[in-house]
Write a protein that binds this ligand. Sequence first.
Ligand SMILES: [Zn+2]
Length: 316
Amino acid sequence: MEENTASGLREQQLRRKRIRKIKSTIVAGVAAWILITSVLTVTLLVKLLRMENRLNELAQSIISVEQVVEDVNEKSAPSPEESADTSDMLGNAQGLLDDNAYKEGQKQKVYLTFDDGPSENTAKILDILKEKNIKATFFVIGQEDEKSKELYQRIVAEGHTLGMHSFSHKYNVIYESLEAFSEDVAHLQSYLAEVTGITPEIMRFPGGSSNQVSNTDMTEFIRFLNEKGITYYDWNVASGDATSQVYTPDELVENVMNDVGRYETSIVLMHDAANKSSTVEALIPMIEKLQEMGVELLPIDENTTLIQQIPADSVK
Ligand SMILES: [Zn+2]
């Protein structure tokens, strides 16, 4: 009897020991599992964050390529003094050289142009132009949201000129081939006609007609526009709002005023984009200074002197 009790006790103790062992094994297993999944989660998160950073870097480099393009092309518009040196490079660029130089007593014409809209700033630009009773020119891209549609309509309704600047504004896509370019232009032209009732017949090439990034010879696109009766305008005065250098609103005004005095006809390059609030801030002082100078501020129309880095009539 005593022996039975003793062996029963030992057995019980052994069973408890086994249960404790099983319990601690389970606890250890669960802990290990939690640890492994946490480590895996953290590793994946780190990888995800790195990928996101890499994507941002890539997006940034695409943007800076676009800025370099605009930068390079803004610099390719020479002042009359520089024209002797650069005329070889630019052939007989239209409106950039002596034929358009300001001569005493002439009435100067200035065309304010805004590329890349509609944007969050379009309404502000339109409000200022309305307040100052000035008409300008908008070279727009394709945006299909309702707000943008209203902005295209407002541009037309308020008497400004609606010009094209490509639907996608993606250099690598539109300049890939004549087919891609012509499809893009046709798409934008019919889209704008549908939204505004006006079929735009003027255009500004993204990066300008003598841009150095096109994969295709620009003369192919110029020939196409000539055949379609679409007139393109470059610029001879750059505000500098698309260069890699960031200018204050005062400096943008100064950049424009420094160049406008040189020409009979000035086409001023500015940008209508969400991140270009300096351009909006520069607009009132710029218009006031130009008015003090006594120039005519006009929207581009069929009588506007052509300002072309590559003259359209040099391409047959
Ligand atoms: Zn542009």
